[in-house]
Design a protein around this ligand. Sequence first.
Ligand code: PRX
Length: 650
Amino acid sequence: MTSTTIRSVSQESRIFEPPEEFRAAAHLSSFDEYTRIYEESITDPEGFWMARALEELVWAKPPTRAIEWEPPHAKFFADGELNVSVNCLDRHLEAGKGSKTAIVFEGEPGDIRKITYQELADEVNRAANLLKRLGAKKGDRVGIYMGMVPEAAIAMLACARLGLIHTVIFGGFAVESIRDRLNDASARFVFTQDGLHRRGKAVPLKAQVDKALEQVASVEKVIVFKRTGQEVDWVDGRDLDWAEAMTGESTDCAPEIVDAEHPLFILYTSGTTGKPKGVLHTTGGYLLSVKLSARYVFDLKDDDLYWCTADIGWVTGHSYVVYGMFANAATVMMYEGAPNHPNEARFWEIIERHRVTIFYTAPTAIRAFIRWGDQHPKAHDLSSLRLLGSVGEPINPEAWVWYYETIGNGRCPIVDTWWQTETGSIMLSPIPGATPVKPGACSHPFFGVVPKIVNESGEEVPDGTGGLLVIEKPWPSMLRTLWGDDQRFRETYFDIFPGKYFTGDGARRDEDGFYWVMGRIDDVLNISGHRLGTAEIESCLVGHPYVAEAAAVGRPDELKGQSLVAFITLKEGLEAGAEVAAKLADHVSQEIGRFACPEEIRFAHALPKTRSGKIVRRLLTKLAAGEELGGDMSTLEDPSVLDELKKKGY
Ligand code: PRX
């Protein structure tokens, strides 16, 4: 934690009421109704969650109690038994929805596929039968390193069918990140694809897995979906071709019934140390939270075509492309490629072509749309849209208003949803037919969520004052632990304010009770809505043979929210320059992934340190942003390095 005096800069005070037409048809249509349900959920959480669990989910053995809370460990519906894939598939087939479209897929080259619930269930069962044939047992870990293709969702649901624990690795990650995650989870199986289409190129995925597996002993089989048809190396006995391997498999597969607290997935996310955290989510509570929030926050209806642009490799893809959506029998749009391929109108074309009704994206994308110009959305019929969403970082009021007017044509409410990999589901958000909204505010807590804004001593601060965002009570989809590191779980989230979940975000509640989240207050950056720990980049950079020491900090970036600046000391005898900088950037791309590449690299013979040897990151952050340093430099060991570091880098 670096600072608790958080200055709140937003002065936005406009209020937008839910459009009347929207309100009239919404699941929740008044703020009073929202308040009544919310109050019920926090005054009697046991009763509230028990009732919802029995109403919303199909159980093999219904639970008799909802919550067990021994901070920092929570259990929900612990004596209940169920299967996630039954809740996402079988129950809809039984309800006669087999012919309803589950996924509308558009590949970047323009190929379109529609998959019904029946077809999805058949494919999931085939994949599960294949895993069974390969010897997979309940509790085994399965890596999924794929792009945005329906097969990624099929692989996830096939794991859920058998009680296997998946860990999806974002397709933008490179070798070192894949290797570390597979090793940490001791994965036995990996699903991947030859490559994915991105900006007109075939980006190799299997080749990265092949390299990573040179240093992973636990993986026995790799199932390869052929998407691009590009050349791949093949390890006989280890690698299986998805299409060939599935052909003989039956479309019937009995679900493995698991305890409500059985792990569903591990999703790695960046923290303040170099090692990513394996956030563990379990079955019953997670499914209930994502199902309920998906329905109320997105006001999901049977005939909606819902499109979330997040990749399946992030938590948004897990909760609001796959589990929350299929649990509601929703129809989900899935697009494989870049928003600006073959041109900047691609997203608007997709909305027009398929008649998308709900569109959920990130502020960084919205800022890019603004930059690309109004002519693109204006040239397309976006009248099918009825609701817009935002997630991943604070949305500045200007971008909010542009989104509202230019994309939503003033007709569509916007839900600005705050949540995290750890929270599993949306925690703060407007309810679109019920909540009047202020641009830039995440509005109000979802059912069962008790947020508080506190100072460094854990005392609540008055409304209007910035502070740290904590969550007071457990909620069904909260992370249960960090895989293999319960100690770090305690320390990171619960030791700071005993018994309360610490989010790592700064926030404020205004006089009208609206929550405004201002972003991370630790050394975690938010680059284009992707979470990156500076320590992770630093440990990658010092892993390069040229580098003696490295520090990475964020600087404000108009488009990405934040960008990364690295400060480097090279080993003796090496000369700084553009060529070395390019090599280091390439190294980060190769090891972690392109999106983690520093935007600028600066060199010096040493980094600014205190006399006790601690790097003064505060100064580096100012240097990166081009701000005046000011203040007292007498504690620095060698103030002369600052002049060197002020120079622009490469
Ligand atoms: O800083 C907050 C920011 O994203 C962080 C969580 O990142 P991640 O676990 O990758 O999950 C992103 C998608 C759920 C938070 O700690 N954040 C997320 N949504 C918002 C946000 N900041 C402000 N407003 C939001 N709506």
